[in-house]
Design a protein around this ligand. Structure first.
Ligand code: SIN
Ligand code: MN
Length: 205
C-alpha cells in the first residue's frame, strides 16, 4: 500500500486518505473483486417501497447488506443465487486493520457498481448491530461527488472521491447522512467496462 496520509476534512469523525491505494493496488483490487463477484453476480436491489436502486450491488464476506420488500438487513446468502457471499480479499482486511485499528475484522463488504447515471440518495448506515465500529469505504474507478452531513440533519457538503481514495465514518460521523450525487462518467479507466466500484467494509454483527 502507498503512504497513507490522512487529511483534515473539517468534519469530526469523517476521515479521508486520498490516494491510499496506488494505481497498481487499485487495479489488483478491482481484478480480485471482479473475479470474486463472478460467484456472486451484481444484481439490482429495490427499496422496501419497491423502487429499484440505480446502483448494482453484491457483497463479500460472511454477511451481505440487502434490500427488498422485506426491508434492509444483513444476510449470509446472495438473494438471487442463494449461495454464500465470496470471502473479503486479504488486501481489504489489511487496509481495515491499518486504517481503522479496530480490534475485530469487518464481517461485511458491500460492493456497489455505479454506471451511467447511477447515484445513491442520502442515508445513514444504521443496520449494523454495533454502530460504534467504523465504516471504511474504498473508491475505485470514476470520480464520485460524495455528499455528507450531520446525523441529526443540517447543512451537507460535497467531497470528490477519486480512484484509490479511502474514507471512514467514525465517532461523531459514524451515523452521518451521506450519499452519491453523481459519478463523473469516463474520468477513470481503472474499472474494466467503466464506472465506479465502491467497497464498503463494516461490522454487521
Ligand atoms: C454507500 O453509502 O453505500 C456507498 C457510498 C459510496 O458509494 O461511496
Ligand atoms: Mn452508506
Amino acid at each position: 500500500m502507498a503512504a497513507c496520509a490522512e487529511i483534515d476534512t473539517g468534519l469530526p469523525g469523517f476521515r479521508l486518505w486520498p490516494q491510499a491505494l496506488s494505481v497498481t493496488a487499485q487495479s489488483a483490487l478491482v481484478a480480485e473483486v471482479m473475479t470474486a463477484i463472478e460467484d456472486a453476480p451484481f444484481y439490482q436491489p429495490a427499496t422496501p417501497g419497491g423502487r429499484p436502486f440505480s446502483v448494482r450491488m453484491s457483497n463479500l464476506g460472511p454477511l451481505g447488506w440487502v434490500s427488498d420488500r422485506a426491508g434492509y438487513r444483513y444476510q449470509a446468502t446472495h438473494p438471487e443465487t442463494g449461495r454464500a457471499w465470496p470471502p473479503i480479499p486479504p488486501l481489504l482486511l489489511r487496509l481495515w486493520d491499518d486504517l481503522t485499528g479496530w480490534p475485530a475484522p469487518p464481517d461485511a463488504c458491500l460492493v456497489n457498481l455505479y454506471r451511467g447515471r447511477a447515484k445513491m440518495g442520502l442515508h445513514q448506515d444504521r443496520d449494523e448491530a454495533d454502530t460504534t465500529a467504523p465504516v471504511l469505504s474504498v473508491s475505485l474507478g470514476d470520480t464520485a461527488v460524495f455528499r455528507i452531513g450531520p446525523a441529526g440533519g443540517g447543512p451537507t457538503r460535497t467531497v470528490r472521491l477519486t480512484s484509490g481514495d479511502v474514507c471512514a465514518l467514525t465517532g461523531p460521523a459514524r451515523l452521518a447522512r451521506h450519499g452519491i450525487d453523481r459519478v463523473l462518467e469516463g474520468s477513470s479507466q481503472v474499472v474494466p467496462g467503466g464506472g465506479r466500484l465502491n467497497l464498503t467494509l463494516r461490522r454487521a454483527r
